[in-house]
Ligand binder design. Structure first.
Ligand SMILES: NC(=O)C1=CN([C@@H]2O[C@H](COP(=O)(O)OP(=O)(O)OC[C@H]3O[C@@H](n4cnc5c(N)ncnc54)[C@H](OP(=O)(O)O)[C@@H]3O)[C@@H](O)[C@H]2O)C=CC1
Ligand SMILES: O=C(O)CCC(=O)C(=O)O
Length: 421
């Protein structure tokens, strides 16, 4: 099979991780490509009129990894880094994540190569609508359901939903999740990923016998996932001693005021300008001593260069793919020192509540917020227990255990449906 279109460091990471799990599970060589490579990948050109009258064309993608368990599910990322390899890797990770959580989905991911912060609101709306318009033949509530990711938000989801609905001649809320409540969204989706991360950090702290009110945390990334994680950890009594976005990094051992940081970012769109005294370099922040380190921004930030220097007790991966396989090998040697909450477990709160949103939209029956979070925590608890039990039993890393559970689920479904001999 010619797989050359999928390339780049992020795709290589997903491939390498899968190869390690496939070896551990003793998956036959001839079955591996079928499990790893995406079912479908779409590349679309999205032309829009810029405010100055020029026409600019942006490249958009959507990768649907497998449709064995149901529709595909995953976010849409607007970022300059987006390419088909990155999107394919993120789609593959979505598959293992959904399977670990027991959701009836395959993985998908999409995106546009664009810096959304350089577009005016009108340009952003035009690009969002054009992207969905180009995707209409390939998505649907029972085929592929989009959601937010880096650089997109509830408003973008509302534009996606509206564009799809206009083409169908009726309102179809269930085409995307992460929508505003007023457009058929669920209570709790906006906070779901960060609250899920905080729940699992709470469980890991208990597991290690560390009291939350004596623990400290550093959070990289202060967008949807990072800011809600920091806020939720602070509510649990954890002292937030470091935060960063890509404009500034702050460190204060006495603790930062997360609500104040959120207000600043709400007003200025970035962390830069909060305080001069607590400024620190972004790379130094990651290796400062803390109980909980939460990378919640981009891929490949824990690398062979800093994995041996990281001084946390818990590495809680809010972002997708923050740790390279080389760093993983180092962290595995440090298993007794560092408890890793791997991305497909740690940040699964978002897609789990997206699943609840899809179910509510399909049924036209909406839940109380307490029902959303009770159900979310029950699923996360089960995945947490299964992951640490399997890791202990098979003497493997938490990432390997979480992935093995996910891959086994997909493999079993394919086998039952007759896709493997
Ligand atoms: N949204 C969701 O529900 C889910 C998201 N995720 C993952 O979580 C991660 C963050 O997503 P999300 O919070 O939604 O994205 P957002 O766009 O809301 O926020 C991204 C944050 O990361 C910061 N950032 C970007 N580059 C860097 C950098 N080099 N160093 C430090 N900070 C940086 C951004 O800062 P700035 O604004 O300055 O660029 C921003 O604060 C991604 O990996 C995403 O795939 C995973 C599961 C669900
Ligand atoms: O909510 C969703 O459907 C997907 C969220 C997502 O993109 C992710 O978990 O990485």
């Amino acid at each position: 099979m010619n797989t050359a279109i999928y390339s780049g460091p992020v795709f290589e990471m997903a491939k390498q991780q899968f190869a390690q799990v496939a070896d551990h599970l003793d998956i036959r060589e001839m079955d591996r490509d079928r499990l790893l490579y995406p079912k479908r990948a779409m590349a679309v050109s999205c032309p829009i009129h810029r405010d100055d009258g020029r026409i600019e064309v942006y490249q958009g993608y959507r990768v649907q990894h497998h449709l064995t368990l149901g529709p595909t599910k995953g976010g849409t990322r607007f970022a300059p880094s987006v390419d088909i390899g990155e999107i394919a890797a993120l789609a593959i990770w979505m598959s293992w994540k959904c399977a670990l959580a027991g959701l009836p989905y395959g993985g998908a991911k999409g995106g546009i190569t664009v810096d959304p912060y350089k577009l005016s609101p009108r340009e952003l709306e035009a690009l969002s609508r054009r992207h969905m318009q180009e995707m209409i033949p390939f998505v649907g509530p029972h085929t592929d359901v989009m959601a937010p990711d880096m650089g997109t938000n509830e408003q973008v989801m509302a534009w996606f939903m509206d564009t799809y609905s206009m083409y169908q001649g009726q309102t179809i809320n269930e085409i995307v999740t992460g929508k505003p409540i007023s457009a058929g969204g669920t209570l709790g989706r906006r906070e779901a990923t960060g609250r899920g991360v905080a729940y699992l950090v709470g469980r890991a702290l208990e597991h290690l016998g560390i009291r939350a009110d004596r623990a400290t945390a550093i959070v990289q990334g202060f967008g949807n996932v990072g800011s809600v994680t920091a806020y939720s950890l602070a509510k649990r009594g954890v002292r937030i001693i470091g935060v960063s976005d890509h404009t500034a990094a702050y460190y204060d051992p006495a603790g930062l005021d997360v609500a104040e940081l959120q207000r600043h970012v709400g007003k200025h769109g970035q962390l830069a300008g909060v305080s001069a005294e607590s400024l620190i370099s972004a790379s130094e922040l990651l290796v400062r001593k803390c109980d909980v380190l939460v990378p919640a921004a981009i891929e490949r930030v824990i690398t062979s260069g800093n994995a041996s220097k990281v001084k946390c007790r818990i590495l809680a991966e809010g972002a997708n793919g923050p740790t390279t396989p080389e760093a993983d090998a180092i962290l595995y040697q440090r298993t007794d020192e560092i408890f890793v909450l791997p991305d497909i477990l740690c940040n699964a709160g978002g897609v789990i509540v997206s699943y609840f949103e899809w179910v509510q939209d399909l049924q036209r029956l909406f839940w109380e917020e307490t029902e959303v979070f009770d159900r979310l925590y029950r699923i996360l608890e089960r995945s947490f227990q299964q992951t640490i039990a399997r890791a202990k039993h098979e003497r493997i890393s938490h990432r390997m255990a979480a992935m093995a559970i996910g891959v086994n689920v997909v493999q079993a479904a394919k086998r039952t449906r007759g896709l493997f001999p």
